[in-house]
Each structure stands twice: as C-alpha cells, then as structure tokens.
Write a protein that binds this ligand. Structure first.
Ligand SMILES: C[S@@+](CC[C@H](N)C(=O)[O-])C[C@H]1O[C@@H](n2cnc3c(N)ncnc32)[C@H](O)[C@@H]1O
Length: 322
C-alpha cells in the first residue's frame, strides 16, 4: 500500500465513526504531496497515521484542524520526526480484555499468563478488572466485582458464561520490544497521547487501568517475542495452565516472523489465545464461516480456532458458531 492509500484506508475504515478529527486529518494527509514526501522519507514502519498524529500531539498538543497539524509538523519538524523515530505505536487497550476474560475463565485454573507484545502490560491484569456482558436478553458479570475499572461489552449472540473471580492468575509476564513503564511519567504521557482525541471513555479506562497497575506493575521483559518466548514460558509454574496470548501485535511482524511464532507457540504446553486482524493468520481466517463485520474487527481465536469477532478497542463482540 502506498502512503496516501494507507492514510485513505485509515481514514475511511479505521477512523470513520471513531474519530472524526483523525478521519479528517488522514484524508487531508492523503492529498498533501509535501506531507507525503516527508513521510516517505521515513522508514516504512514509521509512516503510520497513528504514529504521525500521536507524535504531533505529543509535541504540539491536539490540533483543531489540518492547518494546525501542518504547522506543528513543519514548524517543529525535527521534534516531530525525532518522536516518530524514537517512539512506537504501543497503544495499550485494557478494553480488549473483555474478549480475553471469558476464554481464560473457560480454561483449567489457575492460569499462567504470558503476553507477547504487552506494551505496558495492562492486558496482563485481566482478572483485576470487572466485566459486564450485555446480550439481547441477559446480562452477566465477571472479573473483580470491586475493581475501579468496569469493562462493558455488548454481545451479538449468546453471552459468555462467566462469574466473578472465575480467573485465577498464578503467574504473569510479558515480552515487548520496548516495554512501557506504568510508573514513568513520559511513558504514561505517550500512552495517553495514543488514545484518539474524541475517545474520552477510552482515556478514562486507560487512566483507571494505569492507576491499578501502578500499585503492582506487571513484569514485562524487553526483547523480540520470537527470541524470548521459550525462556519466559519455562519460568511459568508447571501446575498452572500456560496461556500465551496477544492482541494487536503480530501485524507488526513480517509473514515469516508470524509463521515462526505459530510454530514456536505450538511446541509449548498449554494454550494459544490470539486477538488479531483476520489477515494476520490466513490459516485461522480460512476457518471463518461468517463474513467479517462492516466495522474493522479482530478475530479472537483459541489454539487457532476462531471464537468471535471482536471490536478493536473492546466494547463489542460477536461469538462465532462452531
Ligand atoms: C499496538 S500495541 C498492542 C499492545 C497490547 N497488546 C494491547 O493490545 O493493548 C503492539 C505492541 O507490540 C509490540 N511489538 C511489536 N513487535 C514486537 C516483537 N517482534 N516482539 C515483541 N513485541 C513487539 C510493540 O512494541 C507494541 O508495544
């Protein structure tokens, strides 16, 4: 995909309906030759809309319109580019745990959670959040009933069978190329800037999860997920069910790196819980019997078996039959 196509796709598929400002900015970037030339001068992985917009906001605050974005990008170009080169899109979205929690609850307890691409590790704290699953006729609650963070999830289909305290975590650890520290001010500011401008509910969720995490931060080791997987898995207690999990991560790896990961995780005991875009794992996508929803969604899968389509930032899921 060329850079202008990437920005147009981001505007019309990802941002539309979620962030009117990002939709407008991305469409304007797609038609701005000077901005596209600046982006094309960066390494391919650094041209993403999320990275450009977050870096510009980190440097100059949230722009009201495209003219202001341009002023920041070209007026403070060195700072913006330095931020884009130094930082990554490491959005840590605890809302994604609403999809993970019922699957974790269905496994033999206790579980040992190993998250690859964990960012600050907020999804490693799944059992510390409260959950509410709302179907057409039924609402169920799970997780920690006294948690400061309640994650609400609409279910288009049968609501999952969960109960409070259903998930017991014996051990947890994460891997990330660049672990973010929930106690570091600049890391927290970056995490907050990665939340799209109008999404105040997501920001409140992030702040609540960060507050919880700061009391007892999850351990996230630095390194590549393929290089660190086995040695970290070997540290999990053998009497707990090992769950290797990830959300919105494998997309960042080229095809051979994804295939290597699938092979590595297949050799480990326990389970593999993935929540990624359908295109990331063609062998899982090939098992999908229902068309993808109109809005961008992830596929939640256990050991390669698709279980549900899920909202990219949590809040909605559609269980799949079979
Ligand atoms: C979009 S964030 C998602 C974070 C978290 N999983 C969530 O859903 O909230 C993707 C994370 O994957 C990490 N990552 C990307 N490639 C990686 C690799 N090869 N090894 C380890 N971490 C990686 C990035 O640094 C980033 O923190």
């Amino acid at each position: 995909m060329s850079t202008d196509e990437e920005y147009r796709y981001f505007a019309t598929v990802m941002a539309r309906g979620s962030s009117p400002l990002y939709e407008r900015l991305a469409l304007a970037v797609a038609g701005d030759e000077e901005m596209l030339a600046m982006l094309d001068g960066l390494p391919p992985a650094k041209r993403q809309p999320n990275l450009l917009f977050a870096a510009a906001r980190h440097v100059g605050g949230t722009p009201a319109d495209y003219a202001q974005l341009r002023d920041t990008v070209f007026g403070r170009r060195e700072e913006v580019v330095a931020t884009m080169l130094a930082r990554r899109t490491q959005t840590n979205e605890p809302g994604r745990c609403a999809a993970l929690y019922p699957v974790l609850a269905s496994l033999p307890q206790p579980v040992a959670l190993l998250e690859v691409g964990a960012s600050a590790g907020l999804c490693l704290l799944a059992e510390r959040y409260g959950y509410e699953y709302r179907g057409d006729d039924e609402t169920v609650r799970g997780g920690a009933t006294d948690s400061a963070l309640l994650l609400r999830c609409r279910v288009d289909g049968p609501v999952p069978a969960v109960s409070p305290g259903a998930v017991r975590v014996a051990w947890r650890a994460g891997i990330d190329l660049n672990p973010l520290d929930v106690r570091d001010e600049d890391d927290v500011r970056w995490l907050r800037t990665l939340v799209w401008p109008e999404q105040t509910d997501r920001l409140a969720r992030l702040d609540a999860a960060l507050e919880l995490a700061r009391r007892d931060p999850p351990r996230v080791v630095a390194g590549d997920l393929n290089e660190r997987l086995e040695d970290l898995a070997a540290q999990a207690p053998p009497d707990a069910t090992l769950v290797v999990m990830h959300t919105a991560v494998l997309d960042y790896l080229p095809g051979p790196g994804r295939a290597e990961f699938v092979e590595r995780v297949g050799r480990l005991p326990g389970h593999w819980l993935s929540q990624e875009a359908a295109a990331v794992f063609p062998h899982i996508a090939a098992r999908l019997r229902e068309p993808e929803p109109r809005t961008a969604a992830y596929v939640l899968a256990l050991d390669g078996r698709p279980l549900a389509y899920t909202a990219m930032h949590g809040g909605w899921q559609r269980p799949l039959a079979g």
